[in-house]
Write a protein that binds this ligand. Structure first.
Ligand SMILES: [Zn+2]
Ligand SMILES: [Zn+2]
Length: 335
């Protein structure tokens, strides 16, 4: 089966390997659609993510849909939860599987979605309703992440929010914040086409990120600031914007993955306003809710997918994604 391995930074190779055999409680899946995530791009561009460095070659990809080849859901299209917690430790027992120290997560080791087949435990995938395409199925992972991010703050009807960074997660946050009742949504990005997308999803105020946007946001809110500020760019300039523009006693949610593995925030502003800073990590048991939301049409996943490539064109796919030329890049593995 064709499998894409990352050997080193910018060194991807499509390799033929033996078809994996499912273990007890697992099924063989035929992978259909895989979304490229910002975290995949960190691995690809730098050969590391945070403190984790590439050792043996890894298989990227954790946002994916597949078809089940054996077991109870044989023949069904499914969306796959990339996290496999141990289900035995204290944190799993407490219902905090997403911070399980023993969690196995697709895309950072010798198992990932960019392969024609993967084996997966039966509890960690969900049937895709007919309304949702395979690419939608891949997008349910970032939607789940965005839903989890929303659980870390309180968005009440009528609030003002700032979303700093308009990649796929930021754009999902725009949609969800609007749905949750935010009436004014400031969105920033360095890329014009991403700001245009944010406008389409309901952002009311668009600002090019140039390290001065906090002044415009503060003056637009008469120096009050936003109720909730989301950092979704993975850079400390956006963290600073979030801290500078958040109202006193408000919440800043840090979502992005900083390249330097350091989150730096302006301490005086954070302290004098006694901000709550939440740092988001993946998600817990959210797939059923993400599926229901997407199937109802209340969240638009489809228009977030700007590019699709067959697996054989992986080089172009990663090039487009790393250059942020569109929004979400999806690889159709068995196309
Ligand atoms: Zn992801
Ligand atoms: Zn555990």
């Amino acid at each position: 089966v064709k499998t894409l391995y990352l050997y080193a930074a910018r060194d991807l190779r499509l390799v033929e390997r033996a078809k994996p055999t499912p273990g007890p409680g697992e099924a063989l899946l035929t992978v259909t659609a895989v979304g490229l995530c910002g975290s995949d791009l960190h691995w690809y561009a730098a050969g590391q993510i945070g403190i984790w460095k590439l050792g043996a070659p890894i298989i990227l990809g954790h946002e994916f849909a597949a078809v089940v080849e054996n077991g109870p859901l044989t023949g069904k299209r499914v969306t796959v939860d990339p996290a496999i917690p141990c289900e035995a430790c204290e944190f799993c027992e407490r219902g905090l599987q997403y911070v399980c120290p023993q969690v196995r997560f697709a895309g950072g080791a010798d198992f990932g979605a960019l392969s024609e087949h993967v084996c997966w435990p039966e509890h960690y995938y969900y049937p895709l309703p007919d309304e949702l395409t395979d690419a939608d199925g891949a997008m349910l992972e970032p939607l789940g992440v965005a839903l989890h991010i929303l659980e870390l703050c309180h968005i009440q009807p009528g609030v003002t929010v700032g979303i700093y960074g308009c990649g796929p997660i930021g754009l999902l946050l725009v949609q969800l914040a609007r749905m949750a009742g935010a009436t004014r949504i400031f969105a920033t990005d360095k890329l014009g086409h991403r700001l245009e997308a944010a406008r389409g999803y309901g952002a009311t105020d668009l600002l090019l990120a140039d390290n001065r946007e906090h002044q415009a946001i503060l003056s637009a809110t008469r120096q009050r600031g936003v109720d909730v500020a989301f950092e979704a760019a993975g850079d400390n300039a956006a963290v600073a914007t979030a801290v500078q523009t958040c109202q006193p006693c408000g919440t800043v949610v840090v979502v992005g993955i900083a390249r330097e593995d350091e989150i730096v925030l302006p301490a005086s502003a954070a302290r004098s306003k006694e901000l709550t800073v939440r740092i988001a990590h993946r998600m817990n048991h959210i797939y059923p809710r993400a599926i229901a939301l997407a199937a109802s049409g209340k969240v638009d996943l489809r228009s977030l997918v700007s590019h699709r490539f067959p697996l054989s064109e992986y080089a172009r796919a990663f090039d487009v994604a790393v250059n942020r030329a569109g929004l979400k890049v999806v690889i159709d593995v068995n196309a």
